[in-house]
Design a protein around this ligand. Structure first.
Ligand SMILES: Nc1ccn([C@@H]2O[C@H](COP(=O)(O)OP(=O)(O)OP(=O)(O)O)[C@@H](O)[C@H]2O)c(=O)n1
Ligand SMILES: C[C@](O)(CO)[C@H](O)COP(=O)(O)O
Length: 233
């Protein structure tokens, strides 16, 4: 009997403006250890043997991409100038753009360009632990701090029980057809998993670690630099 081997594709949403960073260019192009921030996650994804292609979803008018030489990352890397108004719009545009490449049951790993400290073990663990999952899932970390819910005056309304709370990260990994249909049906979702949840399904949480931070504010860039410089020591 023929064994079925689904392919794995990465989609990297990189069409944001980085407004919370307050820099003079979108944060995915800010320098990080001598390379554009986006380079670091792209290099890890392109170096992953199981991943067949890495599609980067850039804004339609992105003129920065062409100013850099990406050839060292190899032939897997494919820029798509089809980003949308929201992150979900960009991911959905990317899915539609690869419809001729991806089979319905191929896996798609969606990873934020803004998470430059992605490590190969993060990807390996996600692919391995979800390989036979009916739904798919995402990297996440258990909440470590006590969480407070605030009122309109920023006074504590209540302490939120944290024992079952996790912080979602990326990559988030789902089958092509499931993810595309979920995003086409969803409204106002912040991540791929919430679109799949809205379809009544239960993504699995795969424990990563806090080094896979999202660079959102200026301080995060310094944290990312320290992580990349010290991780393997
Ligand atoms: N319309 C958008 C908005 C965001 N993203 C991408 O989604 C990832 C996570 O989003 P976020 O950290 O919010 O990035 P920005 O939207 O650029 O940041 P901000 O919200 O501060 O403007 C980033 O890699 C960003 O480039 C995207 O592809 N398309
Ligand atoms: C997808 C994500 O990184 C999971 O935590 C997060 O939802 C992205 O949020 P953002 O506001 O688009 O950065």
């Amino acid at each position: 009997m023929q064994t079925f081997h689904p392919r794995h594709f990465a989609i990297v949403p990189a069409a944001g403006s980085g407004s919370r960073m307050g820099a003079d260019k979108p944060k995915q192009y800010l320098p990080l250890l001598g390379r554009p921030l986006i380079h670091h996650a792209l290099a890890v994804l392109c170096a992953t043997p199981e991943i067949d292609k890495v599609f980067v979803v850039l804004s339609v008018g992105d003129a920065e991409w062409a100013r850099h030489d990406w050839s060292a990352l190899g032939p897997k890397l494919v820029p798509l100038f089809c980003g949308g108004a929201t992150r979900a719009d960009s991911v959905l545009a990317g899915l539609r753009a690869i419809s001729g490449e991806a089979a319905q049951s191929d896996w798609v790993l969606v990873h934020d360009a803004a998470r430059p400290c992605l490590a190969s073990w993060h990807i390996d663990k996600l692919i391995r632990e979800l390989a036979h999952d009916e739904v798919g899932g995402l990297l996440a970390v258990p909440v470590a701090d006590t969480l407070k819910q605030a009122d309109a005056q920023r006074h504590v309304q209540r302490t939120v029980p944290r024992d079952s709370l996790w912080q979602a990260q990326t990559p988030q990994m789902f089958r092509y057809v499931m993810l595309r249909r979920a995003l086409e049906s969803a409204h106002d979702v912040t991540d791929e998993a919430s679109a799949v949840e809205a379809a009544g399904l239960r993504p699995r949480l795969i424990e990563g670690d806090t080094t896979n931070l999202k660079v959102t504010y200026p301080l995060d860039l310094h944290l990312a630099e320290w992580i990349l410089q010290n991780r393997d020591k």
